[in-house]
Design a protein around this ligand. Sequence first.
Ligand SMILES: [Zn+2]
Length: 516
Amino acid sequence: MKFVIAMIRHETNTFSPVSTQLSDFRRGTGNPHGPSFGALARQACEGTNSAAAAFLDLAQAMGAEVEFAVCASAVPSGLVARDAFETLASALTDSARQGCDAILLDLHGAMVVDGIQDAEGELLRRLRACTPPGLPIGVALDFHANFSEALVRNASVIAGYCTYPHVDIYETGARVGRTIRAQLEGRVNPVMLWSRLPMLTHMLKQTPSMQPMKDIMDLAMEAERSGQLLNASVFGGFPLSDVNCAGLSTVLIADASEVAYAEQLLTQLTDMAWERRADFVFPSEPIHTSIAYAKTLQEGPVILVDHGDNCGAGGTTDVMAVLQEVLAQGLEDVVAGPFCDPAAVEHLFVQGVGASVSLNVGGKTDLPALHLQGQPLPLCGVVEQLTDGQYTVTGPMFTGIKLSLGRTAVLRVGTSVRIFISERPQEPYDTGVFTHAGVDPAQCKYVLIKSRQHFRAGFEAFAKHIVLISGPGVCSSDYDIFPFEHLNRPIYPLDPGTTRSSEVRWSSAPQAALAT
Ligand SMILES: [Zn+2]
């Protein structure tokens, strides 16, 4: 028995001006310069909270040989360069061509490549074309995956994260692996059923731990837990993507004997999502209103979450508008960041710890898709610390992986505002962004971070209050500001009168059980 395993993960915000190169696919790969291959890739994934780690454990449990084709994961950003995609895709298809009994993929599901809107669909299409018909291909996807017909047609088994923040990544790989194993052992004939609704949900309203999504995800998870379905996944979708396959999808994997039940459940789940579509819209308020409200809160820590410029969804992490308002309204005992500004970091490292400095921070990136120009924030302060920005995640999301902010400076403004400025963007889903420099956010009155939902993994447990702030940027929750061109229209809520007639549905023929 032999498995080909690969991780290729990118969430592409097509409105971000930051293009994604091969060297950006270095997150958690064990190679500081980009993706890793073979033994190094395997080593980087083993024992981590990743779907690939679950695939490795499955291989071990089944005594299967592993060809680890590629480990590549980048922070969300703009379009992926075509040559980067071709390098990653070739590594995978080259491994697959050598022959195997199953392919197990740890993908995101919202990658967009320069010239290829549907990168995962293209990847699966190429894999199918170079492997024997009926080869089991199992795919673990992020909750924010957008689905094309090419993706579902060419995969055998698909499951997605049931959590946001994503803390069940390993478990998702294990769920895919269980079904692939059952197929390989001749116990099931999997059938896939898929629906995509014409609705863009707001990411702040998607989380399965809260309504309106909670009932829907609970129902799907219960169907899988009961054993009546092999896998059941609801995908919130990634709305900051100008592609024709964006939307809310549901994917069910049933044994051929349970197709009628699966069809009925698919209708029930999609009816619920469609009926609740208005509840998936997040109403924004002006920044100054949110900060003024935060100022009235007596007890900290108050987590101030700027969700308009979250690098976890493709933000540049250098939009300074919310920090500017925090300083203008005189909030005290604040830790803020990390803001990405390599030039400012270089300047602060040259100045050294203890130096009094005045400099412009952030605002280096224009956002032409939104007709916004970068606006640096002038700051005066003292360089309090300089670090290498390295830390290992101890929180529940991506537990155990090593992350790097690049060189990082802590600038103190006034007596009690500490601003983290780093060479690289990194969403703060783990407190390591601050604690690696000895600053404990749990001891601060205000914690200003750029995130949307993932911060909850590391910060919610000690937060007294959470204030969501609609800062400007390419992750804005105001979808009316985005110049969508490729999206399938009409789509809710951009087109309020959208009907369900443009829902896409597809189901596969039963796949053969494969025991020999
Ligand atoms: Zn996600």
